[in-house]
Design a protein around this ligand. Structure first.
Ligand code: G6P
Length: 368
């Protein structure tokens, strides 16, 4: 069927704005909303108690979704997770344990390296579970278990709504794993599921910052380099924010764990370098504030994405503060992804690049 841009200038804008809705559809498939319980769409052919380690493999944006998923599985289920880039996983002969779980994440379900990694894990006797947006894809067909994302067709080359739907599925799976392993109580599950159910409303609130982000983009468009910092689950999101910006605006951007700032990127900071700090008011917030102070002391221009409490507590002069709604700290990446996507999008629009079809990139990378 035909997918059109509705009233949007680009597919990417439309897809960013669709997120509250498609995350809502995905949640409806993975949760029993009334009972506030996780209800996976497929029965798992293994018991999470028999899994010693999960390996998550993907490319690009899907890999960053997996990286956030790692934090959730480790925290909710106390399950060690290895996250790999598919092109590394398939060749590095990692020792894998038969009967363990390998998760593959792919919007298209056709990425050559991810598919090869899946085949390798199968050969090694692992359970294979794929989180895919195209249910008829090769990766979906070859996986033992398929956990679909309900993002609908994603046309923009730079992934947006598939990413937040991948996060939705991983969050539900991690809560299910935590319950199965007795690491989460029934009350914990209720609290977390409640946090998930709130997401579409919170994502809609995050979209309301668009005008502010658009103004900021005019400034970012003048930069040569942009640094993104975050800690905890905001770290992989910083990687994703930087990837989005470089993919579509061609401005060099790097994501870094905030704690690594002093091990390298701090050398680059001057008054020309915008630093996007993703820092909800969570248990690592204070640590990130001290990194922001290091940036400010060197004249770096800070764009802080935080919540009301964080905006109040951040004792640093920031260039711009983008305030996200208050929410369960566990799931902030789904909401904070939105200003990061909008910033990349509007910067690219200012730059006049081909937002939906950026040069040299392909939507689906079916060759190595
Ligand atoms: C390409 C796309 C990215 C995507 C990556 C993985 O590089 O441009 O947006 O994240 O492939 O694609 P997949 O379909 O496996 O998620």
């Amino acid at each position: 069927f035909v997918v059109d841009k509705a009233n949007y200038r680009h597919f990417m804008a439309k897809e960013i704005h669709e997120q509250p809705e498609v995350v809502g559809h995905t949640l409806a498939r993975y949760l029993d909303m009334g009972a506030e319980r996780v209800a996976l769409p497929a029965k798992l052919p293994f018991d999470f108690n028999d899994i010693q380690r999960i390996s998550i493999t993907a490319c690009g944006t899907a890999n960053y979704a997996g990286y956030i998923g790692k934090y959730w599985f480790e925290r909710f289920a106390r399950l060690p997770v290895e996250i790999d880039i598919a092109s590394e996983f398939r060749y590095r002969e990692a020792p894998l344990r038969k009967g363990d779980l390998a998760i593959f994440i792919s919007q298209s379900g056709e990425t050559a390296d991810t598919l090869a990694a899946l085949r390798y894990a199968k050969e090694q006797g692992l359970h294979t579970l794929s989180v895919v947006n195209v249910p008829t894809s090769t990766i979906a067909r070859e996986s033992e278990i398929v956990m679909p994302t309900l993002a609908g067709p994603e046309i923009g080359v730079a992934s947006t709504k598939a990413f937040t739907c991948q996060l939705t599925v991983l969050a539900a799976l991690a809560v299910a794993a935590g319950r199965a392993r007795g690491e989460l109580s029934e009350q914990d599950e209720t609290r977390l599921v409640h946090g998930l159910i709130e997401l579409p409303r919170l994502m809609a609130a995050a979209l309301a910052t668009e005008h502010q982000v658009e103004r900021l983009a005019r400034d970012i468009a003048k930069s040569q380099d942009v640094l993104y910092l975050g800690r905890g689950t905001s770290y992989p999101l910083a990687l994703e924010g930087a990837l989005k910006l470089k993919e579509i605006s061609y401005i060099h951007a790097e994501g870094y764990a905030a704690g690594e700032l002093k091990h390298g990127p701090i050398a680059l900071i001057d008054e020309k370098m915008p630093v996007v700090v993703i820092a909800p008011y969570d248990r690592v917030f204070e640590k990130t504030v001290s990194n922001m102070q290091e940036v400010a002391a060197r004249g770096g221009r800070i764009i802080l994405i935080t919540d009301a409490k964080g905006a109040e507590e951040a004792t640093v002069e920031s260039l711009v503060t983008i305030v996200m709604p208050d929410m369960d700290a566990a799931f902030t990446p789904l909401v904070y992804a939105i200003p990061a996507q909008l910033l990349a999008y509007h910067t690219a629009v200012v730059m006049g690049t081909d937002v939906d079809q950026p040069r040299n990139l392909a939507k689906s990378v079916t060759v190595e």
